[in-house]
Design a protein. Structure first.
Length: 235
């Protein structure tokens, strides 16, 4: 196997947990006190836009106050120094990969963005959004967070599928394996004979499909893994 081919990395909430942002699964995580159906579906927004905006305003404030941790910086370093493409795909909407100097395909959107549900126009979101906000292009009072909700199609899927099909290594970091389609990426590349690695704080529902596992805190084990990759001599 070549040691300097393309690497595709999928990151989830566990990468940002040590930056003070909640994870999906933890008892004190993102959904501990809020039912998904109440804030993260198009139906929820249609039913109670004020509640949905309040939830994402809270998350936007938290993301704005957060800072990248050592895992974010290590992945940016890998992108900069690895001799082949390193494609970073994130389920996170916090923008911390970019803040660390990395470039990520944000498949679930971004807290920093606003979207008009009427005409599809996108713009930078203010810290506080309300149902009264008007689209700057069409004037409709249909402003929503630019977030991919449950039941909607994630962004960049065609590009992601292309990268998954021709990588040397697929790595899942800090993701629970509970949300599709991202939860199926590992199994898909494994069927093609591509090497797989899971890096997480604990085993997940999809751990069995990975060839290798690294267990530990992202801020510790991700920089160590990146250092090991970059310090070795590509054949």
């Amino acid at each position: 196997m070549k040691t300097c081919g393309k690497i595709v990395i999928l990151t989830g909430a566990g990468v940002s947990a040590e930056s003070g942002l909640g994870t999906f699964r933890d008892t004190d995580g993102l959904w501990a006190n809020t039912r998904i159906e109440e804030v993260a579906t198009p139906q929820a927004f249609a039913r109670d836009p004020a509640k949905v905006h309040a939830f994402y305003n809270m998350r936007r404030r938290a993301a704005a106050a957060a800072r990248p941790n050592a895992a974010h910086f290590a992945l940016a370093r890998l992108q900069e120094h690895w001799p082949a493409p390193v494609i970073l795909i994130t389920q996170n909407v916090d923008g911390l990969h970019a803040a660390a100097g990395g470039a990520a395909l944000q498949m679930h959107g971004a807290l920093s963005g606003a979207l008009c549900a009427e005409c599809g126009h996108r713009w930078s979101a203010p810290v506080e959004m309300t149902p009264r906000d008007l689209c700057p292009r069409c004037g409709a009072a249909a402003t929503r967070p630019d977030i991919v909700w449950f039941g909607e199609m994630p962004h960049h899927m065609a590009e992601i599928e292309a990268h998954l099909g021709d990588c040397m290594l697929f790595v899942a970091i800090g993701t629970s394996g509970a949300v599709y389609p991202a939860a199926g990426f590992g199994a898909g590349v494994a069927r093609r004979g591509i090497e797989t690695l899971e890096i997480n704080a604990a085993a997940t529902d999809v751990s069995a499909i990975f060839d290798r596992h690294i267990i530990g805190r992202a801020s510790q084990v991700v920089p160590a893994w990146v250092a090991q990759l970059l310090d070795r001599d590509p054949a």
